[in-house]
Design a protein around this ligand. Structure first.
Ligand code: T3D
Length: 265
């Protein structure tokens, strides 16, 4: 995959790729270029068999301060108003690329994570927050509804009552509180964020990557299906999982009392 982006850093470490939103001077506010580059990088990671886990991070002291509001300001001031549906379609492409990523995707959140940037993190599979994190659905503060899938992911993570409080009040939530309500999986000291993220990513890259993709499809699709339809899908995906080399390897490893070596195939 390309590594010469302007606003996204790409770092490979064995089978982990870390994509870092890199506009630290403006707390990684998402402008058009960052959005396009991040989408391209996520889509490329999905198709790269050498990558078995993706980490999403922010450079500097924040994960990200949401949409770049100077771009909104220019659009409001100009003669050409923003075409909201075209603009949002670009975010939706990114959200869907994250959700359809056939391998685990971890968001490592430090400092501010607000608005659309938080909702990008909510589309990831696992979120780790540092204890300095300030997470918020800042949309109502600027008179907007939550977009980037927040209206879908947030209530599914924390329940509708809590989600309504978070979006209506649009107040920041600490990393510890985010862990308590299920908005993030873990909250760790800032000094341990990188290490914790790397340890988890390294563990995941040694897992059955192909099956992880099938597991993700089952879990996320089941959110929108009834039990009957979910059981049907489960059968189809289990057929595919049953046929993987990693499944055969793990059964063989059990029978021969040795550790399984997953190749991700
Ligand atoms: O497009 C779509 O439809 C998607 C919709 C998206 C909507 C959203 O994402 S809603 C959330 C939008 N974001 C915000 O409302 C956050 C705006 N930023 C702030 O309120 C504050 O910056 C923070 C509370 C996040 C942090 O405050 P602080 O004091 O730690 O830092 P700062 O000094 O305010 O910010 C540092 C710089 O980043 C500063 O630039 P400067 O003055 O040094 O040149 C600031 O202007 C810039 N910055 C921060 N956030 C944004 C930003 N620049 C552009 N857009 C931003 N969102």
């Amino acid at each position: 995959m390309r590594t010469d982006f302007h606003n996204v850093l790409v770092e490979h470490d064995e089978n982990v790729v870390t994509l870092t939103m890199n506009r630290p001077d403006v707390l990684n506010a998402i402008n058009t270029l960052l959005l396009e580059e991040l989408t391209e990088a996520v889509e490329a990671a999905a198709h790269d068999d050498a990558i078995r886990c993706v980490v999403l991070a922010g450079a500097g002291r924040a994960f990200g301060a949401g949409q770049d509001l100077t771009e909104f300001g220019s659009a409001h001031a100009g003669s050409q108003p923003l075409k909201v549906s075209e603009h949002l379609a670009k975010y939706h492409r990114l959200i869907l690329a994250i959700r359809h990523m056939p391998k685990p995707l971890i968001a490592a959140i430090q400092g501010v994570a607000t608005g659309i940037t938080l909702n990008i993190a909510l589309a990831c599979d696992i979120r780790i927050a540092a204890d300095n994190a300030r997470l918020g659905e800042g949309f109502a503060r600027i008179g907007l509804v939550p977009d980037g899938g927040g209206g879908y992911t947030l209530p599914r993570l924390v329940g509708m009552g809590r989600a309504m409080e978070i979006v209506l009040l649009a107040e920041d939530i600490s990393g510890a509180e985010a862990e308590r309500v299920g908005l993030v999986n873990y909250c760790v000291p800032l000094s341990e964020l990188d290490k914790t993220t790397r340890t988890l990513a390294k563990r995941l890259v040694h897992g059955p990557t192909r099956t992880y993709g099938l597991i993700k499809e089952l879990m996320y699709t089941s959110l929108d299906r009834d039990l009957q339809a979910s059981l049907h899908l489960e059968g189809q995906l289990q057929e595919a999982a049953y046929a993987t080399a990693d499944h055969r390897e793990s059964v063989d490893a059990f029978l021969h009392k040795r550790a399984a070596q997953f190749t991700g195939k």
